[in-house]
Design a protein around this ligand. Structure first.
Ligand code: SAM
Ligand code: SF4
Length: 470
């Protein structure tokens, strides 16, 4: 907690996906401009922001338990004349704002994922309310709430980004979703699909590269549905945007996530074969390998599309690594459907994947569906699937042993002298290296393949090694 007159401090905790990491960075940019410094823990902060995720029940529940802990800090502070401002941002705030205010009155600010550019006004209002409370007067209603989907885009109201960590940065280009998969809350919490115009995306990418980014990951809930407006009024596809971004001097790696199989067009497949800075890795969630379940999920594609896309991508880029998301135990899923999914995984062979038990989300069509699958069945299917996915990931790592590949080092490892980075295929590599290699791409020989990572040895030419050590 800050002494009177000292700089105020904010602690931001991020739950969920990379889009939330991006949003948290942008909130930090906004708050730094307001004069805040970043606090290392909630105990040292004047303001705590929880940037929340609503995708599965477990993710929401974690927020309520953290709020209980923050309430205790706030009560203790107030007993000594201090205070703590608590803000809940993101998708739980959007979906359950009223419920949070009821369950945890210590919360001062609730702000949805499309409205956080208004944080300065919300903080001013929260401060005004704190002053009224301190003066012993009654406060009208609960905390400050802003979960409207504003007409203006938050991107027009945010300061230039600072978010480059060790050479890598996220750039959000698309938000929201109109697909309404029957299990998913995103269309309700993030709103309608929206693509940022081309010019500010290119400008932000150039700023990030100027600030030290050599890798940019383009973000969107359905990033490959991107159709941003260019200055001449035409709509650019993701493929066209990638070609333009690849021209930026100093940008060595481009990635994008998350994609929907239905929006993988011919031009996007072609770009994978033609643009070397586009990394040979694609996260393409398929959710299920059963056509019957895919239809119930409203995915509007079948298992065959996924197989065909995998083949075509590997035709244009033979070293293409694929990853995916799977949900087991969607309502109505029988053993035969699950077997279809396992067969699809075996046929396509994945480098990595995320797999989840279906979580019943209020407000989605899946919530009300008959034939919900019992928890023990979901758990058994998930275990079998994760065993298969784990074997495939391990084999993929083993297949790279002996190769020398460019690794972008991102941070120091746990052991002294160890650094950790990513291959072009997004595998983690641990190597003995120099701290100054963090944020750089360094040729590395892969010497051991494990379940979730590889061991590497820095493979610089002797003169480059001397330079690096100097
Ligand atoms: N837009 C992406 C797509 O089309 O697949 C996915 C976005 S979602 C934020 C990330 C992943 O969470 C999904 O791919 C899905 O596997 C998982 N997910 C979403 N809703 C879920 C639910 N109700 N239960 C379990 N997993 C869920
Ligand atoms: Fe959710 Fe489906 Fe939209 Fe992906 S495509 S965000 S899973 S509704």
């Amino acid at each position: 907690m800050t002494a009177q007159g000292a700089q105020r401090q904010v602690f931001i905790r991020t739950y969920g996906c990379q889009m939330n990491v991006y949003d948290s960075d942008r909130m930090a940019d906004l708050l730094l401009r307001l004069g805040y410094a970043l606090a290392p823990s909630p105990e040292q902060a004047d303001l705590v922001v929880l940037n929340t995720c609503h995708i599965r029940e477990h993710a929401s529940e974690k927020v309520y338990s953290e709020l209980g802990r923050l309430r205790d800090i706030k009560v203790e502070r107030r007993s000594t004349g201090g205070d703590l401002t608590i803000a809940v941002a993101g998708c739980v705030a959007q979906a359950e704002g009223g419920e949070i205010a009821k369950r945890q009155p210590a919360v001062d600010i609730l702000v949805g994922p499309q409205a956080y550019h208004r944080l300065p006004q919300l903080l001013a209002e929260a401060e005004r309310r704190a002053a009224i409370r301190k003066a012993g007067k009654r406060l009208p209603g609960a905390g400050v709430l802003d979960t409207e989907f504003p007409v203006e885009s938050k991107f027009d109201h945010l300061p230039a980004p600072h978010g480059v960590r060790a050479g890598s940065a996220f750039l959000s280009i698309q938000e929201g979703c109109d697909k309404f998969c029957t299990f998913c809350v995103v269309p309700y919490t993030r709103g309608a699909e929206y693509s940022r115009p081309v010019a500010p995306v290119l400008a932000e990418a150039r700023q990030l590269v100027a600030a030290g980014a050599i890798e940019i990951t383009l973000l969107g809930q359905n990033v490959n549905a991107y159709h941003g407006e260019a200055d001449d009024g035409s709509a650019w596809s993701l493929a066209r945007l990638i070609r333009a971004l690849a021209e930026i001097d100093g940008l060595a790696r481009l990635r994008y996530t998350t994609s929907h199989p239905r929006d993988v067009g011919d031009d996007l497949i072609a770009v994978h074969g033609e643009v070397p800075v586009l990394m040979p890795y694609l996260h393409l969630p398929v959710q299920s390998g059963s056509d019957r379940i895919l239809e119930a999920m409203n995915r509007r594609h079948g298992r065959d599309l996924f197989r065909r896309l995998a083949d075509r991508l590997r035709e244009v880029r033979p070293d293409m690594a694929l990853s995916s998301d799977f949900i087991v135990g969607f309502p109505g899923e029988r053993d035969a459907d699950f077997d279809d999914t396992m067969r699809l995984i075996e046929e396509v062979c994945l480098a990595s994947a995320f797999s989840f038990k279906y979580s019943r989300r209020p407000g989605t069509p899946g919530w009300a569906m008959a034939d919900q699958v019992p928890e023990n069945v979901k758990a058994a299917r998930l275990a079998a699937m994760q065993a298969l996915l784990g074997r495939q990931a391990h084999n993929f790592n083993l297949s790279k042993v002996g190769e020398t590949v460019p690794v972008l080092y991102a941070e120091a490892g746990r052991r002294p002298g160890q650094i950790v980075g990513k291959t072009p295929w997004l595998q983690s590599v641990y190597a003995e290296g120099l701290g100054r290699m963090v944020g750089q791409i360094v040729e590395t020989r892969l010497v051991e393949g494990h379940a979730n990572s590889l061991a590497g040895e820095i493979a610089l030419q002797p003169e480059r090694a001397r330079e690096a050590a100097a």
